[in-house]
Write a protein that binds this ligand. Sequence first.
Ligand SMILES: *Cc1c(COP(=O)(O)O)cnc(C)c1O
Length: 382
Amino acid sequence: MSDSVATAPIAFIDLDAQRRAIGPRMEEAILRVVRSSRYILGPEVAELEAALSAFAGVPHTLSCANGTDALALALMAWQVRPGDAVLCPAFTFAATAEVVAWLGATPIFVDVCEADFNMDPASLEAGIDTARRMGLTPRVVITVDLFGQPADYDSLLPIARAHGLKLLVDAAQSFGATHRGIHVAAIGDMAATSFFPAKPLGCYGDGGAVFCHDPETLAVLQSLRVHGQDNQDKYENVRIGMNGRLDTIQAAVLLEKLRVFPAEIAARQEVARRYNAALADVAIVPEVPPHRLSVWAQYTLRIPGRDRAAVLASLKARGVPTAIYYPKPLHRQRAYARYPVAGNGAPVSERLAREVFSLPFHPYLDPATQDRIIAAVKSALA
Ligand SMILES: *Cc1c(COP(=O)(O)O)cnc(C)c1O
């Protein structure tokens, strides 16, 4: 290990390394859009939508302004409204439940499994029961593939089907991941993702996409994306929509990033494999069952019974940045505390919020820097 590697600051996610790897193609693609003047719904937008559909094996993709709008567009297409219940995990980013509240529907917080941080099927059953007892109509379940790992769709999908619920996959962290060989964007009735820069496939600003299986739903999403306008007559508004378009420049950025994405997904597996092998004896490492492929949006350890603040301070002193996703489950947050929790609560979400932290992770993390991080974690937990 050279001295410069031993002391260089470590990035939590190194977007600059990716920019260097992609090279001048990216700048050229952006400049092409700048010179074309077609900033809104230029040809790169439809090109990207076709490329994303082909990549994920899903019939239709609608790009949009960000991942939050992507979730909202799906719920709006299904006309989710007051009196409806939408089941969401308690341990996720706020946007998953926020869009439910936007529409006046009721998010019901479902507990997660400690093995994969994702929705617990038994708690989902309890949550559906909670909704019915409250006189609400359970309409949709939003699963989140937290940290890039697909949820337990073998169990969750049949529960949704048995109760007549739509399944919306919040794939904001998991675009590119697969469950039994099927891309997460193709699982469920619709899926939504985010292209926020720090997500596994990110653009140079905000971006997102919705994935669906039939042309009728796509047409509704297209209308909703532009203020609910009629797809044939733009001066006739046929529903209440939003301004939710993806910028042409961001579509051009994503087309370039999609070229390197398969290699990046492979590189992510190798970083995770090395971390897991080195850290399994000092912390609870994230395990991915063989029928799932994670894109490792985050690499998250659990350290039950340890003083997490002290461990993170010790890592910081050794030059290793960390993050806590998430320090508070949603039902414990001020804006969401009024909403119901499935069954007897979400004790696993509460415990995980106290035990987890995430290490620097990106596909360009070289073995020497990984070793430096591993050594720091081992000595912080010694
Ligand atoms: C990032 C994220 C979102 C929201 O995406 P934005 O593009 O930031 O709006 C939604 N759900 C989850 C789980 C996320 O991680």
